[in-house]
Write a new protein. Structure first.
Length: 514
């Protein structure tokens, strides 16, 4: 009996040891991957030397962002409801008191049991995203509110333990990858440290410091070493659990205290990617070099081509990133035009949708995504896998540029064009239709003197395209019937490439703007 007990205890100890080997404790003081890979080190020169932007990202051009969380329950104002309901004098504050009662009696945490996600179907979502023409999908793993939409071992305020009682991120990863799309995620944990600080200025449940959901309650948008270490630990957890191919961050990661830890994160993430044998992408808005990660512009675009791949993140909805009652949505035409403009400048579009609290995506947003997919089914050849030319386009209409500028659609004419290239094929995408002809001034005889045009057609049309090469440009005649809506892609096949190039206008300096 004694020998049996000894053997049993030895087996238990051995099993425990095996388990600890397969799931080691996270060591945030190391940037080595679990397999010991440490090619990347946490400083920009080293990272730039070894990092290469993955082709899947530069080929993909179009992705879907998903802002979905507890904030979809009140569905009022925006995804910043959890902050603004504690900011005296705001419309969210007044709405909350009138609808739910004082913040001492009903705080943000009390919305969690109402967030049931009872109609959530990850596979249905993934099929819609694929039909939209998107090539990658980025759900929010944790927003500023501090509620984790995944199975976190470090944050008890998560969707597995509460609310939906499901690993939302895990289910989406499985469904997204099943459809052949690339899975990424975003984490806004850095903003949680100060997000609820308004609740410390008047009687509210935020003053109960045992409620970890409400973060550090810092008075300002700031950070300290203890929080930075906590932040890094949670990002490592996401990498280890879900192996995302893209991780998106909001602006607080450029905080000077957090920056050294962010550099550690990049090194750790890129080392892991070597083990996965898969290229990965990091998105930030400001503060970091554009050659070690992808620069992201919120609700706006770059006004020029960029040397390195970049990205616009924007939402279908004009008022909020999350679902709200009474949202005003952009038109498919505006989104398609923005996508074309962005791609011609070496960028990608990450387009956000906001599902309802029950897990359904509104009919209007669904229709918009399907319309974009319909356009891409005809014109995707001029978008996917293309690269920018020596200039992004031509025309007299000036597109919007800079952050927070894209709520108003630009009224383009047929003479407004954007260019992309792929091998010997040159694509001229006109941003409107015209009965008759247009002249591509950038393709005059001098510009393409060494190349011969072999064929010209309009994507989606079987009609023969009449064209004429002149000193003033290449004159193209539209066919009689439109093959699609919104924008129209002429495919010009040359006998050789006509100048696929790295844009010269770009900068690789640290981006100081949002």
């Amino acid at each position: 009996m004694k020998n049996y007990v000894t053997l049993l205890l030895s087996g238990v100890l051995l099993l425990s040891a095996c388990r600890s080997e397969t799931k080691p404790a996270i060591n945030i003081d190391s940037v080595a991957s679990p397999r010991g890979t440490e090619v990347f080190q946490p400083e920009w020169t080293n990272i730039a030397e070894h990092y290469r932007f993955p082709e899947w990202f530069t080929d993909a051009k179009f992705g879907i962002f998903i802002h979905w969380g507890v904030y979809a329950v009140p569905a009022f104002g925006s995804e910043w409801y959890p902050r603004n309901m504690y900011q005296q004098g705001t419309k969210e504050f007044e709405h909350h008191v009138a609808t739910y009662g004082e913040q001492t009696k009903f705080g943000y945490k009390d919305f969690i049991p109402l967030f049931k996600a009872e109609k959530f179907d990850a596979e249905e979502w993934a099929r819609l995203f694929k039909a939209s023409g998107a090539k990658y999908v980025v759900p929010v793993a944790e927003h500023h509110d501090g509620f984790a939409m995944y199975a976190s071992d470090l944050n008890k305020w998560n969707a597995v333990a509460m609310g939906p009682k499901k690993d939302i991120v895990g289910l989406l990863k499985q469904a997204i990858e099943k459809e052949g799309l690339v899975f990424g995620l975003s984490t806004h944990r850095a903003e949680n440290a100060w997000f609820y600080n308004g609740g410390m200025k008047f009687p509210s449940d935020v003053q109960d410091t045992t409620i970890e959901l409400y973060g550090r309650r810092f008075e300002k948008e700031t950070c300290d070493e203890a929080f930075a270490r906590e932040w890094l630990l949670r990002v490592y957890e996401l990498i280890n659990k879900y192996e995302p191919k893209l991780i998106w961050f909001d602006w607080t990661v450029n905080n000077p205290v957090l920056m050294p830890y962010f550099n550690k994160f990049m090194a750790y993430y890129y080392n892991n990617a070597l083990d996965w044998n898969s290229g990965v992408v990091v998105n930030t808005k400001q503060g970091y070099p554009t050659n070690v990660q992808v620069w992201d512009v919120e609700r706006g675009k770059s006004g020029k081509m960029m040397k390195y791949p970049w990205q616009t993140d924007t939402s279908v909805g004009k008022r909020s990133w999350s679902y709200i009652d009474g949202e005003e949505n952009k038109t498919p035409e505006q989104i398609v035009h923005d996508l074309i403009d962005i791609v011609s400048k070496n960028g990608n579009l990450l387009l956000n949708i906001g599902p309802k609290a029950d897990g359904t995506i509104t009919d209007e947003q669904t229709a918009i995504l399907l319309d974009i997919g319909k356009w891409l089914k005809v014109n995707g050849e001029a978008i996917y896998g293309t690269r920018c030319w020596k200039k992004f386009g031509e025309g007299e209409t000036e597109a919007t540029k800079g952050s927070f500028t894209d709520n108003t659609a630009t009224a383009y004419t047929a003479q407004d064009m954007r260019f992309t290239v792929k091998g010997n094929d040159f694509y001229v995408i006109t941003l409107n239709w015209k009965d008759g002809d247009v002249t591509v001034k950038s393709l005059d005889k001098a510009a393409i003197a060494d190349a011969k045009i072999l064929d010209i057609k309009l994507l989606g049309s079987d009609e023969k395209i009449t064209w004429q090469q002149t000193d003033g440009g290449l004159k193209l005649t539209f066919p009689k019937a439109r093959p699609c809506d919104y924008a129209y892609s002429f495919k010009i096949t040359f006998d050789k490439p006509v100048g696929e190039s790295v844009p010269s206008e770009a900068t690789d300096e640290v981006m100081k703007h949002g």
